[in-house]
Design a protein around this ligand. Structure first.
Ligand code: AMP
Length: 282
């Protein structure tokens, strides 16, 4: 597996492949790869001739008191996993390669949703995400990019950015990969103690219970939200938010509303000091 760390080398490597008509797939990640990332790489290698897996811990999407310093880093293991799943290249630039003049002065931000859900608790987060993703699109000139539905608001905002700014790239959403227990796979699960990991099942179980209630006819937004909130709280978790949002617009439905469209339940909760997110479509 070739690990490329310079932007110019990646461009020089990909240009002749593109000329030969090869379809290029991009899988953006922050590293510490797990089965969730592997699924994105599997999807890319099934659809594309060349798969670039980027591994870049993007500092501008982390808040000052967040976990940038302790985030797990293991590039060689990441490269091995990427290779095993059909990745062609790993692109692992340094921070100074991506941001040679310090934090970028030109940022991409979404006007409508950056202050909602994760955005309201992580100011500046989505600006950092959209900016680095736009840079990765322009650096790789990939034909297709793969994102997980685990980060539901993120993939929604990326699709919107692609439409709004006419990026010539197709976005593919990949379903959430879970541990056999139901816990959504995440690099941050490594922060959990064994006990916390068990308790954190309150999130996925709450989401499944809410879906069962919905399937049985429950349509009240607050009743659906409360099922998830109670499941998290009764397992010792602290809810940051549980919202029911329109799949089409990601606007939150009012608590008293009756669900009459395709929605998604979006959740963020703490177990110990670890913040986890999850969601389920109804
Ligand atoms: P990250 O390294 O956490 O920034 O994630 C990189 C990509 O992997 C994003 O598109 C995530 O949505 C996706 N991803 C992370 N965890 C999962 C998962 N459990 N299932 C599916 N995709 C995931």
């Amino acid at each position: 597996m070739k690990i490329i760390s310079s932007i110019s080398e990646l461009r020089e490597t990909l240009a002749p492949l593109r000329k030969q008509g090869k379809k290029i797939g991009l899988v953006p990640t922050m590293g510490a790869l797990h089965e969730g990332h592997a699924s994105l790489i599997d999807h890319s290698s099934a659809e594309c001739d060349v798969t670039v897996v980027s591994v870049f811990l993007n500092p501008i999407q982390f808040g000052k008191n967040e976990d940038l310093d302790k985030y797990p880093r293991r590039l060689q293991a990441d490269a091995k996993l990427a290779e095993e799943h059909g990745g062609t290249f790993v692109f692992a630039p340094s921070v100074s390669e991506m941001y040679p003049n310090g934090d970028p002065l030109t940022l991409i931000r979404d006007e409508s949703l950056e202050g909602l859900y994760c955005g309201s608790y992580r100011p500046g987060h989505f600006r950092g995400v959209l900016t680095v993703v736009a840079k990765l699109f322009l650096i790789s000139c990939a034909d297709v990019a793969f994102f997980g539905e685990k980060d539901y608001q993120q993939v929604f905002l990326i699709e919107q950015m692609v439409r709004d700014l006419n990026f010539p790239i197709k976005i593919v959403r990949v379903p959430i990969v879970r541990e056999p227990s139901g816990l959504a796979r995440s690099s941050r699960n490594e922060y959990l103690t064994a006990e916390e990991k068990n308790l954190a099942l309150g999130i996925s179980r709450g989401l499944l219970a809410a879906k069962s209630a919905f399937d049985a006819g429950e349509r009240n937004v607050d009743n659906i939200r409360n099922i998830v909130k109670q499941s998290i709280a009764s397992n010792g978790g602290t809810v940051q938010y549980v919202e029911v949002a329109s799949q089409a617009t990601l606007a939150a439905l009012d608590g008293s509303a009756t669900i009459g469209e395709k929605v998604v339940i979006l959740v963020a909760a703490f177990f110990g000091t670890t913040r986890l997110i999850d969601n389920i479509e109804l």
